[in-house]
Ligand binder design. Structure first.
Ligand code: NDP
Length: 450
């Protein structure tokens, strides 16, 4: 039956991809998880100093990999407890996601030019409920933060395995139901990039769920569990650790506060849900982002700084966060149809909405904001985001590269590339209007500099 149904379906165009992309995908899918595990081994066993092969010879490389795999087996073996805890965690978040109360809104028009999917925004409900549940589990002794900390290494392996299995299931689903989006002639590449754009079971949007829920909250609770471990061992926690908790808290809360803006991003509108996106959401975010507190924990109370420095870093972060939050919010509020506007959650910040702002009407029909942050440079929202990431790194000092992995290896190259691509795309979309806009707002990211 399935075969005859699929043979009746309209044949879709299959894109050709070069073998280089297939090879790149394979390399990323082995190299990415190994990279996170290597970082963890360096943090856990070498206080954040890099462990590298002693020489570039076959023997030295072999010794290095034997050592690395041995350490991974020792400190990151995917125990049955880690699997059980992780599956329960995903199930709990799925229940909140599906049944939790929240307003329903429409996403952007998809690439077919007509579909607009509905999304329920109950992120803050899930976030605050989970905070209460985790506090209850810890205080009652049912599942403490120390137990969560003990699972940190095993969880890295579990989330990587979970990602691999989840995407395999989606691939089989796409094949059986002939539900491909932008299918290629390489099954490996389709696994990497994703077989489908917005896989859904009824109204349960799998991509939106994994984009925001289990991974981002996992990150915050990792940070808190690591800080708690420092407290258990020292009877107190350092100023850098307090700062990192505050910084991560701001960002995680922003993800749920501004959930309705996330459905406007390229990840939701354009990227398919494959290994790459899922791995970023479930493995990179909770672990690479929490290498900062892990490093601070390993440094113990020996790494600290004077109160004025801590206050300065806290203020710098608060400014960067305010810029990031309000720059995005100003544009969203300006662009959103007032009838469809969904009020953002807590906290509402000063200058988040501009009343009667200056704008430029384009021939394409859309308006370009030339007021608020948007009159100083064309992408101060990216600058705020990057400033946040670098502040998290600097808060951990300069003794290790691992607190900087997120800012240096991921966010900065991504946003610089994205700004250039966006500028090019907008120049093509808007033509002469974009030239006019660039005369009014001449700086791309940093006023008077770039
Ligand atoms: P933007 O929110 O800046 O969106 C760019 C689009 O907005 C343009 O293509 C154009 O689209 C429209 N636009 C450009 N200028 C104006 C203007 N003056 N007025 C109104 N509309 C304008 O970019 P992103 O969606 O990439 O990023 C959103 C946020 O997410 C950023 O803060 C970024 O830092 C963050 N981000 C974080 C990532 C992470 O992994 N941490 C990854 C990616 C983004 P059009 O006119 O066609 O509608």
């Amino acid at each position: 039956m399935a075969a005859s149904a699929s043979s009746r379906a309209t044949p879709k165009k299959v894109e050709h991809v070069s073998w280089l992309f297939t090879l790149g995908s394979i390399f990323s899918m082995f190299g990415g998880p190994l990279f996170i595990l290597w970082c963890f081994v360096c943090l856990e066993t070498n206080k954040g100093s890099m462990i590298l092969p002693e020489a570039l010879t076959v023997d030295a490389l072999k010794n290095f990999f034997v050592f690395l795999l041995g350490e991974i087996h020792r400190i990151a073996y995917p125990s049955a407890k880690a699997v059980t805890v992780y599956l329960s965690w995903v199930a709990l978040q799925a229940v909140f996601f599906h049944f939790g109360p929240g307003p329903v809104g429409k996403g952007k028009v998809l690439e077919d030019g007509k579909t607009r999917l509905s999304y329920k925004y109950n992120g803050q409900f899930a976030w605050f409920s989970t905070l209460a549940i985790v506090a209850g589990l810890h205080l009652s002794g049912v599942f403490t933060l120390s137990e969560l900390f003990a699972l940190y290494g095993p969880m890295i392996t579990v989330t990587n395995l979970f990602t691999a299995v989840l995407i395999a299931v989606l691939l089989v689903w796409a094949a059986v139901a002939n539900k491909w989006d932008r299918q290629s002639d390489s099954i490996v590449y389709d696994y990497f990039m994703g077989p489908m754009l917005n896989p859904r079971i009824g109204s349960f949007d799998i991509k939106f769920f994994f984009e925001l829920r289990p991974g981002i909250m996992n990150w915050f609770f990792n940070t808190v569990a690591i800080a708690y471990k420092m407290y258990e061992e020292n009877g107190t926690i350092s100023k850098p650790m307090i700062l990192i908790i505050y910084m991560h808290l701001c960002f995680v809360n922003a993800c749920y506060k501004g959930e309705s803006s996330v459905v406007q991003t390229m990840d939701i509108v354009y990227e398919k849900f494959g290994w790459m996106l899922c791995w970023l959401d479930l493995c990179v975010v909770p672990f690479i982002f929490s290498f900062q507190p892990y490093y601070l924990y390993k440094m113990g109370l020996a790494f600290d700084y004077a109160l004025p420095i801590a206050i300065g870093l806290g203020l710098l972060h608060t400014f960067a966060y305010w810029m990031f939050d309000t720059a995005n919010s100003q544009k969203d509020y300006f662009r959103e149809d007032p009838k469809e506007w969904i009020e953002k959650g807590f906290p509402q910040l000063y200058w988040g909405k501009l009343e009667n702002p200056k704008y430029m009407q384009t021939k394409r029909g859309t308006k370009l904001l030339i007021d608020g942050w948007w009159k100083y440079a064309r992408h101060l929202n990216y600058v705020g985001d990057m400033l946040l990431a670098w502040t998290w790194g600097v808060t951990c000092g300069f003794g290790s590269v691992f607190p900087y992995v997120y800012a240096a290896c991921y966010l900065t190259p991504l946003l610089i590339h994205r700004e250039r691509r966006d500028n090019r795309d907008c120049a093509a979309k808007y033509g002469k209007d974009w030239e006019e806009y660039c005369k009014i707002v001449p700086y791309r990211m940093i006023p008077y500099v770039y």
